[in-house]
Design a protein around this ligand. Sequence first.
Ligand SMILES: [Zn+2]
Length: 236
Amino acid sequence: MQQTIAALLALQELDTEIYRLRDELRRLPEERAARRAQIDAMIARKDETAGRARASRLKIKEIEDLTTIQRQRMRKVEHESTQAKVDVALLAAYQHQVKSLKREISQAEEEGLALVSDADAVEAEAKRIQGEIEQAEKVFADFAQNVERELAVARQKLGELEGRRKQRLSPDVDREAFALYERLLGSREGVALAQLDSRICQQCYMEVPVNLYVRVAKGDRVVQCPSCDRIFYVRS
Ligand SMILES: [Zn+2]
C-alpha cells in the first residue's frame, strides 16, 4: 500500500498542475469575454447618445423650417397691411397677426437655441465615449493577443502533462485506491491527497485522533480524512 500511496503522490504532482492549467484555459476566455462585454456596453452607450444628438438636430431643423415659413407669412401680412385699400380695422387685424407671429417665431428660436446647446453637449459626450472606446479597443486587442498566446502555451503544456500522466499510471497501484483517488480529484478541485502533519489535515485543517494518525503512519491501508475525505499521507 505504501507503493500505492507513493504512486498516487506522483500522480497528484501532475494532476495539481493539470488542474491549474485547465482552470487557466477556462478562466482566460471568461476574462476576455467579460472585457469584450464591457466595451460592447460602451459602444451601446455611445450609439444611444449619438442617437439622442441626431434626434435633437432633427428637431432643430424642424423648428428652423417652421420659423422660415412663419417669417414668410409675417412678411406677406406686413406687405398686405401697406396696401392702399386697407382700412383701420383691417390694419389693426394685420398688426395683431404680425405681433403674434413675431412672438411665435421668437419662442421657437429660443427653443431652438436651447436644443442646439443641448445637442452640442450630447454630441461632445458621444465623442468623448468614442475616444474611450478607441482606447479600450487598443488595450483589448493587446490583451486578446496575450490571451491567445497564453492559451496556446497552456494547451501545449496540458497535452504534455496528460501524456506524462498516462505513462505514470503504474499497474501496481491498487485499483480501488486509484478509483477513489480519481473520484476525489473530481470532487475536491484536483486535490485528492492530504498530508497529515502532527495530526492536522493540511487540506482542511481538521485535527484527527491519535489512532487514526497511527494507521496513516503505518501505511498499510488507505486512510481518508474524516472531514474532507482526502487520502492521507505522511512525509517520512
Ligand atoms: Zn481533511
